[in-house]
Design a protein around this ligand. Sequence first.
Ligand SMILES: C[S@@+](CC[C@H](N)C(=O)[O-])C[C@H]1O[C@@H](n2cnc3c(N)ncnc32)[C@H](O)[C@@H]1O
Ligand code: SF4
Ligand code: SF4
Length: 487
Amino acid sequence: MQNKSIETINNDLLNKSFQSRSFNVLASPNFIKVEVSNICNLHCIMCPIDDIEAPKRKLTLDEFKHILSQFPFLTKIGLYGIGEPLNNPRIYEMIKICHDRNIETEFVSNATLFNETRINKLIEAGLSNIYISIDSVNPQKYESIRVGSNFEKVIQNLKTLIDCKKAANSKTPLIGISTVTMSENVKELIDIINFISTLEIDRLIITGLNTTYTEQNISIKQDFNQDLNKVLQLCKKINQSGKLKIKFFHENKAACSLPWNSVFITVNGDVTPCMNCADSSIISFGNIFQQNFLEIWNNQQYQNFRTSFRSQIPTVCKPCPDYSFDYLNSELPAKTSLVYDNTHNISCLNFTEVKTVYQINEPITIDLEDISQITSYSQVDLLVAIQRPDGRILYLTNDNSEPFSIYPKPFKKSRIKSKLRLLNLPKIPDTFQSGEYNFYAVYYKQNAPFSNLEKNIRSNIAKHTILISKDRLEGEANIYENTNRTN
Ligand SMILES: C[S@@+](CC[C@H](N)C(=O)[O-])C[C@H]1O[C@@H](n2cnc3c(N)ncnc32)[C@H](O)[C@@H]1O
Ligand code: SF4
Ligand code: SF4
């Protein structure tokens, strides 16, 4: 904990969990997708939208903030699922909240609802990346795939997006095109690439078809291989030369890491492993509006799902086009590279309802609770760290004569039985710097050296951020309060 940042430790743990295909993950996801609307104005032929029976709705801003509060280590968020994200009028505020927290944002859109006002609002909110779905550059073919859309209008909207970005002199959003490969367009991919190359586009992502509901397009693998290989050659050539970068699903498939580092959250709050599993009536690990995410992330169903990757392709993953399953035949890294809990139960630490904006001289209390039901770890030390606005880390002790230590010291030498008060100051002293304070808490193996936290970690790393302000502007405080709600 001393040399590496806590964010880095969380990322390393995510990687190690994936590499060892562990059944539990102590780290918190750094990338999630949140479905902000499951309502759509189109009926694309390959899309599962009309097969998914979940109630149609738009995510509220409060629900979005609640979701964000459950992912303290987020670096990137996809604001879309099955539906058109621009149907949600609160998407601009959602993007702004993420932008203010340095969380990269992106979404894919059918671009039918674009106009200058909306595009400028997206740019102003700080959207990082936007992808427009175009599956054919032949207007009739496009309109037969994207039923309800109009090719000319969508291309015009794309040009308006490029123009508005230029007029705003903004580096963001990065503009991309997303194309789904299917039997209808596989012979046209070269035309699509050539057409896109003439526009000022940064990325082209050519994905495979998820066949959960659509045609069993497995023939793509045999009959279309020749076409796909030609496309591959062209992609390689373009990637070497120009500004446009193409990502092609047929190339460099890797093992899927999403069950170990990411989640998809439907507009109704259901947690599934990915957007390829967007129908929560087929797979869902829990509901984030009803449970704390930490309880879902390592519950029995999630652990079973992760474990199943060790020996076979999980049934829900069979129609997935994006990942290779070759690794099933290769040897996995040693299990010992990660902490394994034989009882499948791990400890979950959570900061409870605490304010997020404080002023000097205000009283402050910070509480922590252990929400794990059962765990096999009883011999633990509790470490609590505070990162000050200048980046320095102090360790909270239970010793009144030295409440903060610059050296790691356990706050408590056992598990928490109920809620634990970590900090209780009648007044924040005016010697405190104003700015952001990050609170972290983690269990680790009793008496283990702090230098090797990753190996000795025994719970998630709980994180909570507060703002201490000397003379804050009312508006700024409101934004902060709104973006840091804890559950
Ligand atoms: C479901 S849409 C939601 C966003 C927006 N409505 C759009 O069409 O861009 C997200 C992406 O999934 C793609 N898609 C739809 N059906 C698919 C399928 N069966 N397999 C793979 N991708 C699919 C769409 O083309 C789009 O690029
Ligand atoms: S526009 Fe997007 S969400 Fe709507 S039907 Fe088409 S692919 Fe599905
Ligand atoms: S469906 Fe695909 S993306 Fe989702 S978990 Fe399975 S392999 Fe990964």
